[in-house]
Design a protein around this ligand. Sequence first.
Ligand code: ADP
Length: 332
Amino acid sequence: MSKKHRKTDERQKAGTTGVTNSPDRSAAAARRKAPSSSLWAAATSEIAGTAPALVAAHLPAPVAAADGIVTVAPGRRFDLAEVDANADGSLDKDWAKAALATERARIQALQEKLYAERQRSLLVVFQAIDTGGKDGTIRAVFEGVNPQGCSVASFKVPSIEERDHDFLWRYHQRTPARGMIGVFNRSHYEDVLVVRVKDLVPEPVWQARYGLINDFERLLTESGTHILKFFLHISKDEQKERLEARIADPEKHWKFDPADLVERKSWDAYQTAFSDALTRCSTPHAPWYVVPANRKWFRNLIIARTIADTLEAMDPRFPEAQAGVAEMTVPD
Ligand code: ADP
């Protein structure tokens, strides 16, 4: 057996691969990690300015993220520098790629039920610095999902019409309807990230937005939309390599935007803005999940697993059949 495969085999025997399919695992881990709403309410009144009254009956059961993901504890100051972007859970790459196929199959089967049930929805938010891997993650994780039950919204520089409305207007229009999985490629968080770094509005305006974002997400949650927020964390060296790869490969030239080189100069300002947004907008019903994202195969697996676990915890069901349908016959 090769060294690589022996490593995997030993981990699997020891049950330490970090990625298992035990049905009890997510429920038990969720109970362990469930954040306290009162802790969050007290903390947010201090750091975000609002402490919305949570209606416990409407909140979804919190789901523990897959091993390898760092959940930002509500109410605790978080710093992105705490997370190692290179982490790979000591998994074997080939094994992880095969495990991703299993997670995708779970997502596909559960999405069919969510769509048929048509009662709730799932919103999956992706944020990252330029080249962080949002597009690649969406492609890898949602491959094979019925396109009719899934929508992807990519948010760019706002249009004049969008700027003429409140900052949440354009995002609210793209939230998933009942039965749907909605994916946000960039999101309402841009309005406390790029907007802050580039000084596009006065500080009191973006400062007020953390609380407004928390209120917006609470509204969605209480309306039946479960929210998952993934921050893809890459290192500065990794970004350099990815930008260089785009310059070197003619087939990647279309992805290269010279403006990315200018943005790179604001790396530290973005890290600060990310850390603040994750600190102030991680709530019990919509926590931030920070994903070590230098290793694409590891990133894809742990995100897919967290989405599958969340859908499983939502427990969507096919609607009841009409009485007597099994005995009906189709006329010639
Ligand atoms: P992506 O990088 O997501 O693949 P683009 O290269 O078209 O897509 O970049 C989209 C740009 O839009 C980014 O530079 C991002 O910062 C910017 N953007 C997104 N939302 C806003 C916003 N609310 N205000 C200003 N700029 C924004």
